[in-house]
Design a protein around this ligand. Sequence first.
Ligand SMILES: *[C@@H]1O[C@H](CO)[C@@H](O)[C@H](O)[C@H]1NC(C)=O
Ligand SMILES: *[C@@H]1O[C@H](CO)[C@@H](O)[C@H](O)[C@H]1NC(C)=O
Length: 301
Amino acid sequence: MCSHMSISTMLFGLFLLASTFTSVDAFTVKSIFLFKDVIQSNTTALKTSGFNTLLIFRIGVLTNGDLVYYSTGSAGEAVDAPVVTNGSYVGGAALADKIKSFKSGTTDIERVEISLVSHDTTFQNIRSLINADGVGSDTILYKGFDALKAAWGLDAFNNDDESVYDVSSTVSFGVMLGDIGYKYSIAPYTNSGFWSNVKSQIDATVPELFDTVYLQVYDGGASNDPGTWQDTLGMPVVPIVWVTNDAKPSQGTTVAQARTKFSDWSSQYQVAGGGYWNDYDIEKLGSSYESYGGALTDIFP
Ligand SMILES: *[C@@H]1O[C@H](CO)[C@@H](O)[C@H](O)[C@H]1NC(C)=O
Ligand SMILES: *[C@@H]1O[C@H](CO)[C@@H](O)[C@H](O)[C@H]1NC(C)=O
């Protein structure tokens, strides 16, 4: 049956077949949450240690819809930077250039996300703003997240709600972000019923928007089983462990321990990759980005 096909045509066909599968399956997540101020952290190390996904932690939403970048500096100091006021980017060129540089030049980074967490009133404010104004393109929330995405070249939004859990505004907000052009991820530690409900409603409205789950398997989520979460959510998850740290040393994971955990989860559950909480602790304790990244690239090639 191959008599009319040259070897090179066949090889080219095989190549096409192989690249089709590769393009579907290649993205195994190798991630790290950026708790440290991106201006002060080691950008080169973040770009060249094997991570392909960075999650900027964190953006706060104020009552009036303005956005603030909250982070932590080298000395442990709080760094608060207003980044969107009245729907326009005000975070400055230095911050925008730094974040855009993650994906340019010599880099392994393919995806940059912003994380929102409920340690402040962010999710209450989102709920109030959506209940009052809806999710149209003329709303303050829409304009603000649109402006931030454009200024920073963002790929995705990461929902780390740990207390408000309002299904209706969460789904509406997710669909709004998808409309702006963000992909959507979550970082749960508990309440799989809430997340499963949100996922099925977002999936039903915008298929493939909700594409990644960073599962906390440390601290409050230490007893989480990635396999159980995968069954509940109907998709592979990315387990996250906490690197060696002096904040809660008992929750720290050495590189060797991370290798064992990721390797077990990969073979037991075919998880979608792995990742770490967080860069600040790596730098503070003088740990090696390369070694933590290497555990991921070895186990999730
Ligand atoms: C940043 O990381 C790079 C690459 O790992 C390393 O060569 C460099 O020394 C680091 N810079 C600082 C200030 O630690
Ligand atoms: C906020 O932006 C709107 C439209 O972009 C403008 O009409 C309004 O004057 C601005 N408000 C303030 C306080 O700058």
